[in-house]
Ligand binder design. Structure first.
Ligand code: 4NP
Length: 169
């Protein structure tokens, strides 16, 4: 690459759920692994957050970490933070886990400028069901959540590679 060429900006991806201790950290960890495997870690920035504030600063739920670990995915280094209106400016794509999250995130878009960036994560799922990742915090089914998140994360990476022409980078 010629020395005067500025590398293209990173693509900034944010995953959002309610508490940022189960679903969105899982999506963050799984996607982080896939992006690294694809050699795209310098092109794609990944973050996760929750619409609620209850768990700020906490690591992912032990049950979620255990399920992830079973599949070779580490959620180390991820601590819950709350989604903010500023995140709507910063991130290129915001993927939410359910329709409650969608409502809460769009509520922060006061001037209706960022709605186009915000989508249900499972819109990318090849088998999208009701387009939502069920909340495992009370309902359990962590393995089922893992299956949905992993499948959708793979589809998301394929989509970004296509959309941003990342194969040639
Ligand atoms: P998450 O799960 O949104 O997937 O992180 C939840 C975690 C905590 C709570 C709800 C959902 N809570 O009510 O504390």
């Amino acid at each position: 690459m010629p020395s005067n060429t500025t590398p293209p900006d990173k693509i900034r991806i944010m995953f959002v759920c309610l508490g940022n201790i189960c679903r969105s950290p899982l999506a963050h960890g799984v996607f982080r692994g896939l992006v690294a495997e694809a050699g795209l870690a310098d092109r794609i920035e990944i973050a996760s957050s929750g619409t609620g504030a209850w768990h700020i600063g906490e690591p992912a739920d032990a049950r979620m970490r255990q399920t992830a670990q079973k599949h070779g995915v580490s959620l180390d280094g991820l601590y819950a933070q709350q989604f903010t209106a500023e995140d709507l400016e910063t991130f290129d794509h915001v993927f939410v886990m359910d329709k409650g999250n969608l409502h809460d995130v769009l509520f922060l878009d006061r001037d209706d400028r960022h709605g186009h960036k915000v989508r249900l994560f499972r819109e990318l799922d090849p088998d999208p069901g009701d387009y939502q990742v069920p909340d495992p915090y009370y309902q359990g089914r962590f393995d089922h959540v893992y299956t949905l998140v992993e499948r959708t994360a793979r589809a998301l990476l394929d989509r970004l590679v296509e959309e941003y022409d990342l194969r040639s980078v």
